[in-house]
Design a protein around this ligand. Structure first.
Ligand code: ZN
Length: 302
């Protein structure tokens, strides 16, 4: 895998002061596979050097996988989590349904990091008429259902690609950690929303119980994650990007047992054995909901 690393300033407040090093990099390139930049992978527990900004408190990677080499890695990443993406889309649809009373119209919606388009199916169910998903990886798009494939763009999100369009809802699930410049994305989203329109993100919460319990052994410390948010820092990012009425709430994710096993703090070989067992027979479709340390942030464009 052809990755390059670059140092960076704080992606939230721009501070160039050297923050407190929370954990050093432990990346071994030879152990990375085509799943390293895939969604819902078996974690390798490899991460960049993570520092805490001494101005705004954001935890971010520096040096981190450069924007260009990261993008190439996402383009080529494998995809094997279609079942899990259906479960995640249902969780997010429930979350959104509660928020839709706050928007005036359900005309146009955009999902950034749409994966295999599972959430686009939910947006259809929720009554949106003009739906677009953008996704940089080719493999999940190839797995999308025919009736949503024509809503998907195989690309990264750029506001200029949507010039002249105004959205009522923009969603961005499990993406903000992966971006070199998450503030730029939030400002760009703001620029394409209708006044009163909603931006909804789901990210990991660095201060959630599971993350505090496991510390840097948590799977959220990952080569894909260029920053990790807390309620305070996601709120600050959205405020700086022009949003108002920001609400942050925990998310109970519902996934099959075999996916939860991927995240369990167990030795890799034992874990692989348990996952293989859980993927077979009636157990394969048994799911449960857990507060696995995700949070949703819902913000409104004034
Ligand atoms: Zn900062």
């Amino acid at each position: 895998m052809n990755l390059t690393w670059e140092s960076r300033s704080c992606p939230l407040c721009g501070s160039t002061a050297e923050g407190k090093v929370i954990v050093e990099s432990n990346v071994e390139l030879s152990r990375l596979t085509e799943f390293a930049f895939a969604s819902r992978k078996l974690p390798e527990y490899m991460h960049s050097r993570m520092v805490e900004c001494n101005v705004c408190g954001l935890l971010y990677g520096t040096p981190a996988v450069s924007s260009d080499s990261g993008l190439n890695a996402y383009r080529d990443a494998a995809f094997d989590s279609g079942q899990e993406s259906q479960f995640a889309a249902q969780t997010y649809a429930k979350l959104i349904a509660d928020q839709l009373n706050f928007i005036g119209s359900r005309e146009r919606a955009l999902d950034i990091g749409a994966g295999d388009g599972a959430f686009l199916e939910q947006l259809v169910q929720l009554g949106f008429r003009d739906i677009t998903g953008v996704e940089p990886s080719a493999a999940p798009i190839a797995c999308s259902k025919p009736h949503v494939r024509n809503m998907m763009r195989h690309d990264i999100f750029r506001a200029r690609d949507f010039e002249g369009q105004r959205f009522d809802l923009v969603t961005c699930f499990q993406v903000m950690e992966h971006l070199w410049n998450p503030g730029e994305l939030a400002r760009d989203v703001n620029s394409i929303l209708n006044p009163g329109g909603l931006f909804v993100t789901v990210t990991h919460n660095l201060r959630a119980f599971s993350a505090r319990l496991l510390g840097d052994k948590s799977p959220i410390f990952d080569i894909e994650h260029l920053q990790l948010f807390s309620e305070k820092t996601i709120r600050a990012l959205l405020q700086r990007s022009g949003f108002t009425d920001i609400r942050v709430m925990p998310v109970w994710n519902r996934y099959p047992i075999h996916y939860w096993m991927k995240l369990a703090p167990l030795p890799q070989n034992l874990k692989k054995g348990l996952i293989a067992v859980a993927r077979q027979g009636p157990l394969a479709s048994v799911a449960c909901s857990l507060p696995a340390g995700n949070m949703a942030a819902v913000a409104r464009k004034p």
